[in-house]
Design a protein around this ligand. Structure first.
Ligand code: DLL
Length: 433
């Protein structure tokens, strides 16, 4: 099912006209209501009436995470805080969080784009939607919740944690759609196996997984072990939360809901827009939001766009799964490495579990990367010689994929900390060295 065929399947030229109109209106409103944007537009020498085509988007200034910190908490709001009905904040371990405000209309738009997301994953009003994204300031829980209710699903607001209980609820209530981070889905898989629940006895048919990078290998593992179809869903607090882009049944990229959020891909070094097909930093402009419409927000996420028609009938452009972030790139002895590249290799190797951590240390002046990865219980009982050979094999495969030498340490099953939200894959001990 397509939730909103009018917008999702619109003729691209017609949609471009709609986008330009909405963009111009948003810029005009920000120009009046947000002094920070007014100054930036003036510096860039661009006025609302200059926005005549989508090409004029590039005349607008970027907004960065630092700009959000500098204007914390309400500096970029286009309405007074009392006109907002909700605040969310992005996860971040240091300093002030990023605050996003929602007017009532924004909550409605969000519910709509989440309903589209659920429909992309094959959902309908008949579904029981088990929502194990965290409820709270994080956008995952409440975001999926409102969209699920709008669609008419029976929503189970499970939030994260207490995995055994979650499994019991899924079993008893006949949950058909599971929503959580892919790493938590793996935790659910493990726990089911531990307490002897055969995933085949669950009624799950579809999963909406996002909020962190994951690989094709993880998809296969989750699909196989939970017996569902796993869909990648994408979003970020600064733009709205989840509900920015979602994978349809074709699983050939995530449709971006660009009647609300215009995507661009830019060269992260020069800021120049790149054509479809070229990989770079994803940038979003919100064109329908009332309280917090961000202009050309630099996400730091790396992807590319595909504007070719999709077999599902939706005409909205697709973004490739996020392959990394400009700031999660590790530079190891001069070589750029993304954790996702390593995951890709690890999950192709027989005998390994999809649980790993990357530990960075410094020896003298040299950075060292150690990959700690769990072996499956069956492999763990093998003789030492076999384990050593496996370790050596991984070292060779990862080293040849990345072009640098890495250390590999196999660890016992269940020793890497399990995640209930976003997994922590990289442990950087270089500062302490
Ligand atoms: O993670 C919103 C969300 C909730 C998306 C639930 C999907 C499902 P933030 O906490 O602000 O918002 O984090 C946003 O998470 O810039 C990406 O780096 C990363 N991210 C989100 N979805 C994906 C995905 C939510 N499908 C940041 N694949 C983004 C890879 C993702 N990375």
């Amino acid at each position: 099912m397509i939730w909103d065929p009018f917008y999702e399947c619109m003729d691209p030229e017609e949609r471009a006209e709609l986008q330009v109109r909405r963009l111009r209106e948003t810029v005009a409103r920000l120009n009046v209501n947000v002094p920070w944007y007014r100054d930036r537009f003036a510096e860039a020498g661009v006025a609302p009436e200059d926005i005549r085509s989508l090409d004029d988007l590039r005349r607008l200034p970027f907004t960065t995470k630092d700009d959000l910190r500098d204007t914390y908490p309400f500096g970029l709001f286009a309405v007074p805080p009392e006109e907002c009905v909700r605040i969310h904040a992005s996860s971040g371990t240091t300093g002030k969080p990023v605050i996003a405000g929602y007017a009532r209309e924004d909550i409605n738009i969000w519910a709509e784009t989440i309903a589209r997301t659920i429909a992309c994953g094959g959902g309908s009003s008949h579904d029981v939607l088990h929502n194990a994204y965290g409820y709270g300031l994080f956008t995952g829980g409440l975001g999926l919740h409102y969209g699920g209710e709008l669609m008419g699903c029976l929503v189970i607001p499970a939030s994260g944690g207490n995995t055994e209980r979650q499994l019991m609820l899924m079993q008893d209530l006949g949950s058909t759609i599971l929503c959580c981070t892919p790493s938590y889905a793996l935790t659910i898989v493990d726990t089911a196996e531990e307490i002897g629940i055969d995933p085949g006895t669950l009624s799950l048919k579809s999963g909406l997984f996002g909020a962190e990078p994951w690989s094709e290998g993880t998809r296969e593992t989750i699909e196989e072990r939970l017996g569902l179809s796993a869909h990648d869903i994408y979003g970020l607090t600064e733009v709205i939360g989840p509900g920015v882009a979602a994978e349809c049944e074709a699983k050939a990229g995530l449709h971006v809901f660009d009647d609300h959020f215009i995507p661009e891909v830019i060269d992260p070094d020069t800021g120049e827009p790149l054509p479809p097909g070229e990989s770079g930093e994803l940038v979003f402009t919100c064109i329908t939001k009332r309280a917090f419409p961000i202009i050309r927000f630099r996400t730091r996420d790396i992807t590319r766009l595909d504007v070719e028609p999709c077999e599902c009938g939706r005409t909205q452009p697709r973004m490739e799964r996020i392959t990394g972030r400009t700031d999660d790139m590790l530079i190891i002895r001069g070589v750029n490495v993304f954790p996702s590249q390593i995951e890709e290799v690890l999950l192709q190797i027989e005998g390994l579990e999809p649980h790993y951590q990357l530990v960075l240390t410094r020896e003298g002046r040299l950075d060292n990367l150690r990959i700690e990865v769990e072996v499956s219980p069956a492999t763990f009982s093998d003789e030492v010689r076999k384990l050593e050979a496996l370790e050596e094999g991984i070292r060779e495969r990862v080293s040849s994929a990345l072009g640098i030498r890495v250390d590999v340490k196999l660890v016992e099953p269940k020793t890497i900390e399990r995640s209930i939200g976003k997994a922590k894959r990289v442990i950087d001990m270089r500062e302490e060295a």
